[in-house]
Design a protein around this ligand. Structure first.
Ligand SMILES: C[S@@+](CC[C@H](N)C(=O)[O-])C[C@H]1O[C@@H](n2cnc3c(N)ncnc32)[C@H](O)[C@@H]1O
Length: 296
């Protein structure tokens, strides 16, 4: 791997976990779809990044007592989701990589050189993922096309409208890394959240009745005003996301995976849903994804 890749640093064990789940699913998916050659297969990475990610090799085992690394050669280039998807034993017929940042799409272009046999199958779009996906989902003829979409935002960037557009295709399997921590932070403890955050929450989860779910109002004493307080738990938020997805997808994994940072703070909830209306496809997809989410 050349070292001139634009540095795109993120990660830790939770990054490994999300990518391991994705890879396992893509492998299983293509093994099945290979037996249905009349379908054209598409992998869509809507928050694609650069293709790779860098990681200081020392930091993987960093403890309080580790010497800081001065050895720059120790920087390893690890595959991000686009490189993982291109490296499958049975590749997709088409790859769509979307990122808003030009420095990232320029890095993504380099994947063509690294996977020359797949170069013609790669589409790279510098675009807002929501805008692109809404258009792509609406304009594609899904009768002979099947796709896996991976939504891997940093935070509260995925509009609920986009998730709905994906569900409407009846042809997409979705992996959505829901931004639990960002969401939870916007649900301010002493509610309700400021208007900008409230609007963002509504934009991401698609309903504006969430206040009654996550806040309770109590009168502390007859002398004070009512206090609106957050009453929520990780489990409640996880189940809420599952329920939201179930309003638009016919099959959703009941136990999405919680990804924690190194000090056990929950960061994301990795969700799976399939838009297929066919019971046999739903059963197979849920079985595979459920197994992956249970075991990492
Ligand atoms: C967590 S990174 C993706 C990592 C990648 N999936 C991987 O595994 O290597 C999120 C990416 O989303 C991009 N991004 C943020 N907002 C976006 C938007 N609205 N539309 C498209 N891309 C966006 C950022 O530039 C960043 O590269």
């Amino acid at each position: 791997m050349s070292h001139d890749h634009h540095r795109h640093e993120f990660g830790g064990p939770w990054t490994e976990q999300k990518l391991t789940c994705l890879k396992k699913y893509l492998d299983a998916y293509m093994t099945i779809l290979r037996r249905h050659p009349w379908f054209s297969t598409v992998y869509i990475d809507a928050f694609a990044g650069t293709g790779y990610r860098t990681m200081e090799t020392n930091s993987t085992s960093a403890s309080l007592f580790d010497e800081p690394s001065l050895d720059h050669e120790a920087t390893a280039y690890l595959k991000g989701s686009p490189a993982i998807a291109l490296g499958l034993a049975q590749p997709f017929d088409k790859y769509i990589f979307i990122d808003q940042k030009e420095t990232h799409t320029l890095e993504l272009e380099k994947l063509r050189e690294e996977f020359p046999a797949l170069s013609d199958r790669i589409v790279i779009e510098r675009s807002d993922a929501n805008v692109y996906l809404a258009k792509y989902c609406a304009e594609t003829n899904w009768s002979r096309t099947r796709a896996v979409v991976f939504l891997d935002p940093y935070g509260m960037q995925v509009a609920w409208d986009t998730v709905e557009a994906i569900a409407r295709t009846k042809a997409i399997d979705l992996w959505y890394l829901f931004p639990y921590m960002a969401f939870n932070r916007m649900l301010t403890r002493q509610g309700p959240p400021p208007a900008a955050w409230a609007n963002r929450i509504t934009h991401v989860i698609g309903i504006d009745t969430w206040q009654s779910v996550f806040y309770s109002t109590e009168q502390l004493s007859i002398f004070s005003d009512d206090a609106t307080r957050r009453s929520t738990t990780l489990e409640r938020i996880r189940q809420f996301i599952v329920e939201r997805l179930k309003t638009i997808f016919p099959a959703v994994c009941n136990k999405p995976m919680i990804l924690y940072n190194s000090i056990n703070g929950p960061l994301f909830v990795l969700c799976f849903a399939t838009a297929s209306p066919k019971k046999s496809v739903q059963d197979a997809a849920l079985k595979i994804a459920g197994h992956i989410l249970d075991n990492g």
